[in-house]
Design a protein around this ligand. Structure first.
Ligand code: ZN
Length: 232
């Protein structure tokens, strides 16, 4: 899956690569991989950073993360429980622990951790802001929570990934609630092996949130998203 393509100015590329929260984000300058599992390390020869949201098996594969890190010398940015499990495998200086409310940089790309409504030790969600100001919100396995509304107002997200299945309590409806609260330009249903669930999410968006576009991704396909032109 190495992406040769480079996004246009004020855009990013993304690929959803497993049935969970596995997402590759490519900005003009950096490639970030979120929660790699169920994929070969050689899929990511250009990784600059790996972001881990929580320690569950469908998000953290210590061996795979270690293998990608060795091959690319990328930085690992992980929630505290995952960072603890990785600390003996990743060289010092290449592993950063991140907690909700903290922000770090990968070159010119900003990575900010927020809270996550999911039963893990201290799970995080990630706001990724490209060097051009394209804002992606990766909500991991989160169920909706009230603070999302304020974040949506403040950040003006271009893309939000919304869990619609597999994780406890989640459904197309809870995924929709995340989109309703965060009000992105583009909502992306993921974390499911059911196209039916993704389509149900798309139907609810169309009916109840007509100003938000829904992008139903296929695994392994490359999508480009532009920064919103009208930041209101
Ligand atoms: Zn999960």
């Amino acid at each position: 899956m190495p992406i040769e393509k480079i996004p246009e100015k004020n855009a990013v590329l993304f690929v959803w690569f497993n049935h969970y929260a596995g997402v590759l984000v490519k900005t003009p300058s950096k490639t970030l991989i979120v929660d790699p599992v169920d994929i070969k390390a050689r899929s990511f020869p250009n990784a600059d950073a790996i972001l881990i949201t929580h320690e569950h098996y469908d998000h953290l594969d210590q061996r795979l993360v270690t293998e990608i890190q060795k091959a690319t010398n990328c930085t690992i940015i992980a929630d505290p429980a995952s960072a603890k499990r990785l600390q003996h495998a990743i060289p010092t200086g290449k592993l950063q622990q991140i907690r909700p409310g903290e922000e770090t940089k990968v070159g010119e790309v900003s990575v900010k951790a927020e809270g996550c409504n999911h039963p893990a030790e201290l799970p995080v969600t990630f706001i990724i802001t490209s060097e051009d100001g394209v804002k992606i919100y990766h909500t991991a396995d989160s169920l909706p929570f009230p603070e999302l509304a304020k974040m949506g107002e403040k950040e003006k997200f271009d893309v939000v990934f919304c869990t619609v299945g597999i994780a406890p309590g989640t459904s197309p409806r809870t995924g929709f609630e995340i989109a309703r609260l965060t009000k992105p330009q583009v909502a992306v249903p993921y974390h499911t092996n059911s196209p039916d669930y993704q389509n149900r999410f798309a139907e609810i968006i169309k009916k109840e949130l007509p100003r938000t576009a829904c992008l139903v991704p296929e695994i392994g396909k490359i999508y480009q998203v532009q920064k919103r032109s009208d930041p209101t």
